[in-house]
Design a protein around this ligand. Structure first.
Ligand SMILES: NC(=O)c1ccc[n+]([C@@H]2O[C@H](COP(=O)([O-])OP(=O)(O)OC[C@H]3O[C@@H](n4cnc5c(N)ncnc54)[C@H](OP(=O)(O)O)[C@@H]3O)[C@@H](O)[C@H]2O)c1
Length: 345
């Protein structure tokens, strides 16, 4: 197979951005052999600065950056701290000026104005780069505008990892269900909520106790409010809905109820009647969007436990398709980013 070089930049070098670099390091040859694509990372930006090598950053340079970050976060690094040569460029300058095909956006999700990710994505598309983003903010606030800009520029905008993490809900719909009309999509799109409800149901433990343990285990954030209030599910639902049904919705249009008020008594009553209570995001072809607690029959495929994500896609030809997988995690999420990169090719 004739090999093609695909140069990428990474804006945001945290869990996901670092995971992408790690997968490229581990699987560069396998990806080249199977898909004929040689992925070269030519620029990386985080809050500290930008490193660039138009011929491809060496593994040493990337490793050095990772070690420095560990050092900055007060963790033990194996080697003596060596200052990485940052270029003095800003992230936007890297996106504009360094020649590459695909910009990977993995900066923090901001649901107020989508920044800095929104500007990174717009700049990349306007500079003639394809974009792969794991950042939900720009897609939940401005997906219609961004999808239109990408089409106008003849560039790809891929966002598979923003919904379901590693679970390929979006690419399943885009590729494997092509030709079907999608009637509805509903599912569990937040692993933290699922973990809390699963443990409350199975072990009879109160909400505060499970939340605290989830935080200690790193399953819930120090500030879990966006997860438990249902907002994170709403962000993902809007991205999905705009993509599948061409809506122009914002997460602010979604009727949202979280899980904070669910009591052990309610879970027990549901259990006795053959149900579990789950936080379900749902959208249908009429454009109705909701995030709310729903009774799910125990034998229904949406009844998955722990931190898993799940979605049932109802179609006119293929019937119901249910997909289950991991909704978060650095390598898991980065795997969806890599898949988007390969599919752009
Ligand atoms: N982690 C997951 O499992 C997961 C799953 C699905 C989606 N996502 C989404 O993916 C994105 C990244 O998540 P993450 O867990 O990797 O976050 P993270 O660990 O907090 O990393 C964010 C990175 O962005 C950098 N950054 C912030 N502002 C920047 C700017 N203006 N220019 C360049 N870099 C900037 C930070 O720099 P410093 O390191 O210098 O602070 C950090 O490296 C988020 O939007 C998140 O919602 C994450």
């Amino acid at each position: 197979m004739k090999e093609k070089t695909v140069r990428i930049s990474i804006a945001g070098f945290g869990h996901v951005g670092g995971g992408v670099a790690e997968i490229v390091r581990q699987k560069r040859e396998e990806i080249a052999r199977i898909h004929g694509i040689n992925i070269k990372i030519v620029g990386i930006a985080d809050l500290r600065g930008v490193i660039v090598d138009e011929n491809g950053l060496s593994e040493d340079a990337i490793l050095k950056l990772k070690r420095e970050k560990r050092k900055r976060k007060g963790e033990e690094a194996e080697d003596i701290y060596v200052d990485t040569n940052t270029t003095g460029m800003t992230t936007l300058e890297m996106i504009r000026e360094v020649e590459h095909e695909i910009m990977v956006e993995a900066t923090p999700t901001n649901i107020v104005d989508g920044e800095p990710g929104l500007s990174h994505i717009i700049t990349a598309l306007e500079s003639g780069r394809h974009v792969v983003t794991s950042n939900k903010g720009p897609m939940a606030l401005e997906s219609t505008r961004l999808i239109e800009l990408a089409a106008k520029k003849g560039k790809e905008l891929r966002f598979g990892s923003t919904v379901g993490g590693a679970t390929p809900i979006i690419s399943l719909i885009r590729e494997n269900l092509a030709g079907n009309r999608i009637i509805s999509v509903k599912g569990i799109l937040n692993g933290t909520c699922n973990y809390i409800l699963t443990r409350m149901t199975e072990e009879g433990l109160p909400y505060e106790h499970v939340l605290k343990e989830a935080q200690e285990l790193g399953i819930a954030e120090a500030d879990p409010s966006k997860d438990v209030s249902g907002i994170d599910t709403a962000l993902k639902l809007v991205i999905l809905a705009n993509f599948v049904f061409g809506l122009n919705a914002s997460y602010k249009d979604v009727e949202v109820v979280g899980i904070e008020e669910i009591t052990l008594d309610a879970l027990k009553l549901a259990d006795d009647a053959g149900y579990v209570i789950k936080l379900i995001g749902a959208v249908d072809q009429e454009g109705d969007l909701s995030v709310r607690q729903r009774l799910v029959p125990k034998e229904n495929p949406l009844n998955v436990g722990g931190t898993l994500n799940v979605a049932t896609i109802r179609t006119d030809l293929a019937g119901d398709i249910t997909i289950v997988g991991k909704g978060a995690g650095p390598i898991e999420t980065a795997s969806a980013v890599i898949s988007d990169i390969i599919s752009i090719g």
